[in-house]
Design a protein around this ligand. Structure first.
Ligand code: BGC
Length: 910
């Protein structure tokens, strides 16, 4: 048995954590079927040498019996600021044999106490503000530097850094770390993150220098959809503390203070929405090295420390994760070149050009093209999205922006003095560096593109927080989008740390009355009614519940438990009759459905019941039995109210006895808005998924749902909210055939339709562009919006059949149950769970059906093998029930069910 993937608080070798009881996890690998861990031993040492000697001077867990291999809480000597902890783990297998120790790994503590910070917050000398440049809408970002001497041999050097704004940090001319837009977005009024970097290798005895540039970012730049800036403040500031330990054990601290110098440089401005203006003629070669002459720089000033907690960032930073080469270059107008990267991304480009000093090159970005071949930018609204580079005229010049990003596939270049080649522009993909977790492939190319597009939608929008879109003036942490997509996102990438961090933003954004916001972090100047919306605020429960289910994270649900309870109280106080009609503010309903407006009170009440159900499960998990009973009761009371108000005797779901509602008609041309009774596909999807119907009406409701789909010519009409559960509900209810039909449609509206129009991400709207109408209203038409991609969850959970066991979390025990259909010949999926890699692959050839399953060591699964008639199930050549590691349970509903221990299994059905 081999031990792998050692993680601390979900991260590999995290550096600078705040957690004093960090949780450790690992995965196990074995060739042997049915392998389990029967015991483990963790050693945590204060140095690599001590660990190598096989000693855990900080913690030796001793031999702990049992199969726990995730979230093992550190239980050794108290951890203090700056401590480096080296650890490894050994495990005993099912025969009681001990494995070799894992490779060593580490975690390091950051600055735990306010008193650890000796640094002051520094900002630009105000005398600069008198110049005209500083009077423009976005002023030039401040540049800081500090030269200093190290008069001894260096054993270790660590720098801690934060900013109001986003920073790039340098030491002796070298960039420190690879983080982009650090320290990320939080509610800066409440909490500001810091980052820690080991800079030992960058420091040297003698003269040294640190340099930093602080861009506006979320703190002072344009964010959201209003044109004003400075939501959190206007003055960018920096906090740096460099701690050097010499080989003789003595220490020196170099902290930001008045002795730092500041200036402005080649960046005229840099803003998320507007873009970046970089004048290379103003570069200051060597500005971040010791020898630089900084006599024209001025002293930095100390500004007030924020009235906010300074916390270590618990999630992966934003990073450049991939580069794309152009697929084509056109010249739609004389001197205007348009480069196509082949797919819609969030990020920026690296520009490689040469030309005369002072040549101005502008880059504009867009997701689609106008009929003329120029870049379509109307959907960017007030976001200017233009980068400008002014050449210094010295050979080949390379430019990459610093503090902006764009959502784009096409780049328009103006001002080039030579014809561009495919080397002129490189696409750089930016997002929170969440590790890849899943892969999905099947026999249908369009579905493969869909799966890919869903992941690209995620990559384009998981940028510090889960945003709605990366291109226009919005890019907010919309909660509805996040809760609809969270489960899909877990299959694509390991988002545990990402959402752990975001849940803090969600709680920071909760109102004192208990309302969760519609987007988190909040932005200060919002008008106050962006809170409480059904399907949006509910993310405050759906997201942590999902993380607990998928990653087994009990600490997270414990931490946010009170906030979740407050949310339920908030709904109740204004809605005593248990129909959720009030305290909903900008209630969005089933946002962007196709002329099928789900009654908002129906949708809201369904979510209320669902929240109560999830919270009762959470309470039970936390051992809060009274609360579990209380919330279960609330669930059944709201459910009863739902049935009274919205369920007819014949199983139809709509506001029974209510007024007629507008906009229930559907036709593909999109012109027909007729009166109806408020009966939509989403009504049924929610009622069925959230278990709100009397048992005896469920089957009837399924028929009505199918009728509603048939009325739309076998198309969906769901918006953001309904779409997530549509296919899962159909598959569960015995109408997998209809779910596949929706999946494989390529006529409007469908996922396939956008793919036929060249989509490489998920569009905000089913009709973002149609043959008859062209572009939808540019007022709201993003081509990179992950919400409608929530079908990704169904691809993994149902089509591939990799599903959680409802009685277990974290895939410790899971279910493999593929919902197959003859329209696909094969499906091949993998999912790297917190317990290790799971695989499910099925294939049909002629009458034969094969299913390969991969179950990681120390887990088990219930495998449902699809069978028809009197087909026989074999596994690796044996009768399946007699095969090693497998036991037959029963035959049910078209499946033979087996329980299996760890291992690779090859089933054949003939
Ligand atoms: C955003 C959405 C968001 C919605 C609220 C839009 O402007 O782009 O994704 O959820 O507003 O309805």
């Amino acid at each position: 048995m081999k031990i792998q993937n050692l993680r601390c608080e979900y991260l590999e070798n995290p550096f600078g954590i705040d957690e004093t009881k960090p949780r450790l996890s690992w995965t196990l690998e074995s060739e042997r079927r049915g392998e389990i861990q029967t015991a483990y031993r963790i050693l945590v040492a204060s140095s690599q040498d001590v660990l190598d000697e096989g000693r855990g001077d900080l913690w030796d867990s001793g031999k702990v019996m049992g199969d726990a291999s995730i979230h093992i809480e550190y239980d050794g000597s108290p951890l203090a600021s700056r401590m480096a902890c080296y650890w490894k783990v050994a495990a005993w297998d099912r025969n009681g044999e001990m494995s070799a120790f894992s490779s060593p790994t580490s975690f390091t503590l950051g600055l735990l106490d306010d008193s650890d910070w000796k640094a002051s917050w520094i900002a630009m000398n105000p005398s600069f503000y008198e110049s005209d440049e500083f009077k423009q809408d976005s002023p030039p970002p401040p540049w800081f530097r500090k030269a200093f001497e190290l008069d001894n041999e260096i054993a270790n050097a660590v720098v801690y850094v934060s900013a109001r704004g986003i920073f790039e940090l340098y030491a002796n001319g070298e960039r420190i770390g690879e983080d982009v837009f650090a320290p990320g977005w939080t509610d800066y009024n409440t909490r500001i993150q810091y980052r820690s970097y080991d800079v030992t290798s960058l420091m040297k005895r003698g003269a040294n220098a640190l340099g930093a540039v602080v861009g506006d970012g979320w703190y002072s730049g344009h964010i959201g959809w209003r044109r004003d800036r400075g939501y959190y403040g206007f003055v960018n500031s920096l906090l740096v503390q460099l701690e050097v330990t010499y080989t003789d054990g003595s220490k020196r601290v170099f902290a930001s203070d008045r002795s730092w110098k500041c200036s402005h440089g080649p960046l005229k401005y840099s803003d998320f929405m507007d873009g970046e203006y970089y004048d290379a003629r103003k570069e200051m070669p060597g500005w971040n090295s010791a020898s630089f002459n900084d006599s024209t720089w001025k002293s930095a000033v100390i500004v007030d420390a924020p009235d906010a907690a300074i916390v270590s960032q618990p999630s992966e930073p934003v990073r450049a994760t991939e580069e794309l080469r152009p697929v084509s270059i056109n010249e739609p107008q004389n001197g205007m070149y348009v480069v196509n990267l082949g797919r819609n991304i969030a990020g920026w480009v690296r520009l490689k050009v040469s030309g005369k000093k002072g040549t101005v090159i502008t880059l504009r970005y867009g997701e689609r093209l106008n009929p003329s071949g120029s870049v379509y930018t109307t959907n960017l609204r007030a976001a200017k999205v233009i980068d400008t580079y002014v050449l210094k005229g010295e050979g080949v010049e390379v430019f990459e922006p610093h503090f902006t990003f764009h959502g784009f596939q096409y780049i328009e270049l103006i001002g080039l003095t030579e014809e561009p080649t495919k080397d002129t522009v490189t696409g750089v993909v930016l997002h929170s560096a969440t590790p890849l977790a899943g892969s999905f492939e099947c026999s249908d190319d369009m579905v493969n593109t869909l799966a890919e597009n869903i992941d690209w939608g995620q990559r384009g929008n998981f940028l510090s927080v889960p945003t709605d879109c990366p291109q226009r003036d919005e890019r907010l942490g919309w909660m509805g989008d996040a809760q609809i997509f969270v489960r899909t996102s877990t299959y694509n990438r390991d988002v545990a740390a990402f959402f752990t961090k975001w849940m803090v933003d969600v709680e920071d954004a909760q109102s004192s009355e208990g309302a969760f916001a519609d987007f988190s972090p909040r932005v200060k100047n919002d008008t106050g009614n962006f809170e409480g919306a059904a399907g949006w605020g509910d993310a405050g429960i759906v997201v942590p519940w999902t993380l607990w289910r998928v990653y087994g994270d009990r600490r997270l649900i414990e931490k946010h438990y009170d906030a979740m309870g407050k949310w339920l109280d908030y709904m109740r106080s204004d809605n005593p009759d248990l129909i959720r009609r009030k305290s909903l503010n900008n209630n969005y309903g089933d946002w962007l459905s196709i002329k099928a407006d789900t009654p908002k009170d129906l949708l809201a009440t369904a979510y209320w019941a669902y929240d109560a159900k999830l919270l009762s499960e959470i309470a039970a998990e936390l051992g809060l039995d009274d609360d579990a009973v209380k919330y279960k009761q609330l669930y059944s009371d709201v459910r009863a109210a739902f049935q009274r108000e919205f369920v007819a005797e014949d199983g139809r779901v709509y506001p029974v006895g209510g007024d007629k509602v507008e906009a229930q008609g559907f036709d593909a041309s999109g012109t027909d808005r007729k009166q109806g009774i408020g009966e939509t596909q989403t009504n049924y999807v929610l009622a069925l998924y959230m278990d709100l119907l009397p048992k005896e009406l469920r089957a009837k409701a399924v028929d009505h749902l199918v009728r509603k789909i048939e009325e739309c010519g076998w198309h969906l009409s769901t918006g953001f909210i309904g779409v997530r559960h549509l296919c899962p509900v159909l598959s569960e209810a015995g109408r997998n055939d209809v779910a596949y039909r929706l999946l494989l449609n390529d006529t409007f509206p469908s996922w396939g339709y956008s793919i036929k129009q060249g989509a490489t991400t998920i569009w905000e709207r089913w009709d973002g562009w149609t043959e008859d109408k062209g572009f939808q209203d540019p007022g709201m038409n993003s081509f990179n919006h992950y919400s409608l991609g929530s079908v990704g969850e169904w691809l993994y959970r149902y089509v591939a059949g990799i599903e959680l066991d409802w009685n277990e979390t974290a895939f410790k025990r899971f279910i493999i149950k593929p919902y197959t259909d003859t329209r696909l010949d094969y499906v091949k999926a993998t999912y790297n769970s917190i317990h290790g890699p799971i695989g499910s692959a099925w294939k049909r050839s002629g009458d034969a059906f094969a299913l390969n399953v991969e179950i990681p060591a120390n887990t088990s699964a219930e495998i449902h093998v699809p069978v028809t008639g009197d087909a026989k199930v074999m596994e690796s050549g044996n009768v399946a029930g007699e095969s090693e590691g497998l036991s037959f349970v029963r035959r049910e509903g078209g499946y033979e069910i087996y329980v299996a221990g760890a291992g690779d299994y090859r089933f054949e059905v003939k």
